[in-house]
Ligand binder design. Sequence first.
Ligand code: GTP
Ligand code: MG
Length: 235
Amino acid sequence: MTVTTEQPDPGIVRWTPPGTGETATSVYDGTFREPGGGMTEFLLVYKFGLAEINTKVTILAEELAHKGRGNPIEHVLPRLKTPASISAKARRIDCPLTFEDLRSRIRDIAGIRIVCSFVSDVYTVAEMLTRQPDVHLVVTKDYIAEPKENGYRSLHLIVEIPVFLSDRVVPVPVEVQLRTVAMDFWASLEHKIYYKYDPDIPPALRDELVAAAEDAARLDQRMERLHREIHGPRR
Ligand code: GTP
Ligand code: MG
């Protein structure tokens, strides 16, 4: 499996200058340490959890293609958050820099984006994944039913998957983002614009982005209707 990381994993993260706020599991000595392991070990279970979910998605895609139902999955992008972006998010949400706090407060260290052909496929794939007995659905955020103010649409799930280590079983949270190709097209452009203007996107551009998201949603509806007319509903 290819897991993209936002940048190479340096293994150890340098956080803040040494000497502040040291506690038993704190990492304020300048490096990110806890007994028996560092950041690489901390991230390892997330990598395994991601591999588990990725395998499940691959199996669904291949099996559905084999059944001749047409593969509803266009592409899949697993990614692990880098230590740097874990650190940045922790600061943003005021999360203490301990593994325990990071583990409980940052639920998107492992993430997988599943880009589907049509809106109905998004829900079908989400349902197929979450009804598996070892996949525990923790949170659903349906930004398709209720798009964000900026126009963003996607179905977000936080799921927990058990990872079987040599001496214990660890439930690992994975953020699953499901969207259509059109939603993905919009989101990648919006992401670039957001970063270019952060945080002050000019109002006219903001309005046009919302309109573009609505155009994309209409295109999704039209393509799905066309697909139904040509092939009938997916069985
Ligand atoms: P984060 O702290 O950013 O993870 O957000 P959150 O915990 O409030 O979760 P949410 O479900 O709203 O967003 C999680 C992820 O969805 C983000 O990290 C992005 O990858 C994606 N996302 C959410 N909102 C937007 C948006 O407005 N534009 C784009 N391009 N992506 C978004
Ligand atoms: Mg995130």
